[in-house]
Design a protein around this ligand. Structure first.
Ligand SMILES: NC(=O)c1ccc[n+]([C@@H]2O[C@H](COP(=O)([O-])OP(=O)(O)OC[C@H]3O[C@@H](n4cnc5c(N)ncnc54)[C@H](O)[C@@H]3O)[C@@H](O)[C@H]2O)c1
Length: 334
């Protein structure tokens, strides 16, 4: 038994692990999603066989080839994470509706990657990452299926309205990874589902400027820019929420998949002129008792509209996917 006193940064630099657990899903027959893996990264002593095995994997020359679909903020954060060199993956292809953004990423991070179509990107890679937006989800999952590659979908909300994509992926044995995103507490919701949940409510609170332009506000002529007090601008289920606020409540998608599903998971969106951060609170009740989890997110350094934790969850999930990939590589002796 080891007892060590390390600050979090020290521990991170020692283990090479940081960030939240990400959750890996397969779809069940009814179209819902079932978590299949939730990797907890623990401290391992150097003489531990698992430590030696992990070091061998991390030092291996074999790397998972990744296609990035969307070369914006999260794409850049993934490149920064890969530059540190302790994730066994490499960007092999870049695709973006705005090709110049792909070239900017290639130049900035000196990537030996092709800027190409989605089809070529899927062909050249082992793994696809969608970090583009709701409109890209269908084509990315379909390309993953066609090329038999696993994928990570960041725009989770879009999967709520297209559950057939998860069904198709499952039928073709393609793994669709869902990140925990900008939300903590999903592990508890997932565990609690084993005995059933009575209710799950997500309350998302954002500064008004983070909500401006959302389809629901535009359609209902709700002006949040001039409010002086907090205002509940939306209450409904998760399916309605992701349609109403496609760029704001991807977290509702992840929460639905972990828990009661999109129709039973309730969402409240609050515009708060006094809020300095985006916060998400989960309240879940069930046979286990009651869970309350609040995440107060700082904005991403490169995109004030996005939470930094969302990028970090993408990096954590990429790490898990790459470790799984090389673990199954027959060329690595263990
Ligand atoms: N799961 C979560 O908690 C969470 C949190 C934040 C963002 N997201 C999702 O991740 C996405 C990316 O976030 P970001 O901050 O990097 O956004 P961003 O705007 O900085 O970058 C998006 C990039 O994708 C490109 N793009 C848009 N549509 C595309 C398409 N159909 N095909 C290829 N490229 C396309 C854009 O040109 C842009 O370069 C968001 O749109 C959102 O849906 C999820």
């Amino acid at each position: 038994m080891y007892s060590v006193a390390l600050s979090l940064p020290e521990l991170s630099s020692f283990t090479g692990r940081r960030g939240p657990c990400a959750i890996c899903l397969y779809v069940d027959g009814a179209g819902g999603a079932t978590p299949t893996g939730n990797v907890a990264h623990e401290f391992l002593a150097p003489e531990d066989n698992r430590y030696r095995r992990r070091m061998r994997m991390e030092n291996s020359m074999i790397k998972m080839k990744v296609a990035l679909v969307g070369c914006g903020n999260i794409g850049a954060d993934l490149c920064i994470a890969l530059q540190k060199g302790n994730i066994p993956a490499v960007i092999s292809a870049l695709t973006d509706v705005d090709r110049e953004r792909a070239y900017v990423l290639k130049r900035t991070f000196q990537l030996r990657a092709s800027v190409c179509s989605l089809d070529d990107a899927a062909n050249k890679s082992d793994f696809l990452i969608e970090c583009a937006g709701a409109g890209a989800v269908k084509e990315v999952v379909e390309a993953a299926i066609e090329h038999k590659k696993d994928c990570l979908i960041m725009s989770v909300g879009s999967l709520m309205s297209q559950p057939e994509l998860l069904e198709q992926a499952r039928e073709h044995k393609v793994q669709v990874r869902i990140p925990s995103g900008a939300l903590c507490g999903l592990d508890g919701v997932r565990a609690a589902m084993e005995a059933g949940l009575h209710s799950v409510v997500l309350t998302t609170r954002k500064p008004p400027k983070g909500l401006v332009g959302a389809p629901y506000l535009v359609e209902n002529q709700i002006d949040v820019e001039n409010i002086s007090e907090e205002m509940v601008v939306f209450e409904g289920n998760a399916l309605e929420a992701v349609k109403a606020f496609p760029a704001n409540v991807n977290v509702a998608g992840a929460l639905s998949l972990m828990g009661m599903g999109p129709k039973e998971t309730m969402v409240r969106v609050i515009a708060d002129p006094n809020a300095l951060e985006n916060s998400h609170q989960i309240v879940a009740e069930g046979a286990f008792g009651r869970l309350e989890a609040t995440t107060r997110n700082l904005p991403s350094p490169r995109n004030p509209k996005s939470s930094y934790l969302a990028s970090l969850s993408a990096c954590a999930e990429l790490r898990n996917a790459a470790m799984d990939f090389i673990l199954h590589d027959p060329d690595i002796p263990f």
